[in-house]
Design a protein around this ligand. Structure first.
Ligand SMILES: Nc1ncnc2c1ncn2[C@@H]1O[C@H](COP(=O)(O)OP(=O)(O)OP(=O)(O)O)[C@@H](O)[C@H]1O
Ligand SMILES: [Mg+2]
Length: 414
């Protein structure tokens, strides 16, 4: 037998072994899955070690460990060079795709070591990747093109450098199924909370805020989801620029020390994105430094104190969040609001939301035993679990508008 034939047949054997391993993972009663989230805030990599039992509506998740590993400045600077910019070097994207994959793999290996766990004890990694551009048609408006979104941090690199089968790039399936690639949280929210006796609004306040509305006792076809607009993103950008050394308005101390500027608030509300009907998706391509600068440019007062701008951005964020929830629940009286994401630590924002919905119970997802800081990372672990073990019917049969089952691309280790 020629040597090339030997190497070809041994490769086939190797791939089959990995497929067999994946098949066996899919058949297990419970799986150990690491969910990774790296959001628009660039605060760090969320690593959620989950034990997931079952699949579909019978899914049950235990969060075994959770850690947010703060990014070093190198990571933030490299990503900020390309992030949400329409024109950038293709060489840079090409290199970052590999680099982020390896960077994330390094963080996972370090975390597993710290937790005294062996890589072979982990069944799967579910990696969101780093979004560098999100372009729904409402943003780019090109006739020829549909919706687009791009997350980098290649899954093969994660799989090869951790030795763990990795699912990544979850958002493309959603676009292929007719969506905008976001928000995907609705799928995980449904798996986590569909059995709740009351209707639920799951509000996530990350860089961008999004919501899932799950009416009580209804199938997935009745679940609604949308991005809302800014979560922490505008406040973070402003703080980083005007309060050197700070990354965000810790406990909203700065916003509290300022006054809302009514004219600036009114101008912020006039942005065309706000008039786009729900559901919609967005990102830092719209909610960025120019967004704030342009609004300030229309104000008569050219010297609004930085604390007042912070207070105004906080109010603007709260207004958009409360208006979107009002829209989805209309006058429903029997509904709970559960909040997650870093925004739960912004006390002023939380107070405003609670004050607006005095007639409804408002709390964090901790109330249902789901860590509000870990929820997004848990959701990607759930999506991977569903892809290897769920069935097509979980999110509705063929008639459903956007079932998007089987999200994520599979990467095998060496
Ligand atoms: N103590 C705090 N006070 C005020 N804000 C806080 C506090 N802790 C965290 N935050 C806010 O939470 C943000 C991080 O939130 P989170 O990690 O949910 O966002 P993300 O990584 O962008 O995720 P997503 O993809 O969901 O947008 C920080 O940038 C900050 O604005
Ligand atoms: Mg984060």
């Amino acid at each position: 037998m020629a040597s090339s034939e030997i190497s070809t047949s041994s490769k086939i054997l190797l791939v089959n072994k990995q497929l067999e391993k994946l098949y066996n993972i899919g058949k297990k009663e419970s799986r150990i899955i690491i969910g990774l989230m790296s959001g628009t805030s660039l605060d760090g990599l969320d690593i959620a070690l989950c034990k997931i039992h079952g699949a579909g509506k019978n899914t049950r998740v235990e969060l075994l460990r959770f850690e947010t590993i703060s990014y070093e400045d190198t990571y933030k600077n490299e990503v900020r060079e390309v992030y949400s910019k329409p024109l950038i070097s293709s060489e840079k994207i090409c290199l970052l795709n590999e680099w982020i994959g390896m960077y994330h793999a390094g963080l996972i290996n370090a975390c597993l070591k710290k937790w005294n766990l062996k890589n072979e004890d982990i069944d799967l990694i579910a990696s969101h990747g780093q979004t560098i551009y999100h372009a729904p048609k409402s943003l780019h408006k090109h006739e020829t093109f549909g919706n687009g979104t791009l997350q980098i941090g290649d899954g093969d690199h994660i799989a090869c450098h951790t030795g763990i089968i990795t699912l990544s790039d979850f958002r493309q399936k959603h676009i292929a199924a007719g969506g905008e690639g976001a928000p995907l949280a609705a799928y995980g929210d449904y798996l986590l909370f569909a059995n709740n006796p009351k209707s639920l609004v799951l509000l996530n306040i990350g860089g961008i805020a999004n919501l899932t509305f799950i009416p009580a006792n209804k199938e997935f076809e009745h679940v609604k989801t949308t991005d809302i607009g800014p979560g922490n993103i505008l406040m973070d950008i402003w703080i980083r620029k005007h309060f050197p050394g700070l990354n965000y308005d810790k406990d909203a101390d700065i916003a509290r020390s300022g006054m809302v500027n009514k004219q600036l608030l009114k101008i912020l509300h006039q942005h065309p994105f706000i008039k786009i009907k729900f559901p919609k998706t967005t990102g830092p391509e719209i909610f960025n430094e120019s967004f704030i600068r342009e609004a300030l440019g229309f104000c008569d007062d050219k010297d609004i104190p930085a604390e007042d701008v912070t207070a105004t951005l906080n109010q603007f964020t709260a207004d958009l969040i409360t208006a979107s929830i009002d829209y989805y629940i209309s006058s429903m009286q029997d509904c709970e609001i559960l909040i997650s994401g870093g925004g739960i630590h912004n006390k002023l924002l939380m107070d405003k939301i609670k004050k607006h919905f005095t007639h409804l119970p408002v709390s964090t997802t901790l109330n249902k035993e789901i860590s509000p800081d870990a929820k997004e990372a848990i959701i990607f672990a759930l999506l991977a679990n569903e892809s290897v073990s769920g069935n097509r019917d979980t999110f509705g049969k063929g008639g459903a508008k956007m079932p998007a089952t089987g999200m994520g691309k599979i990467s095998f280790p060496y």
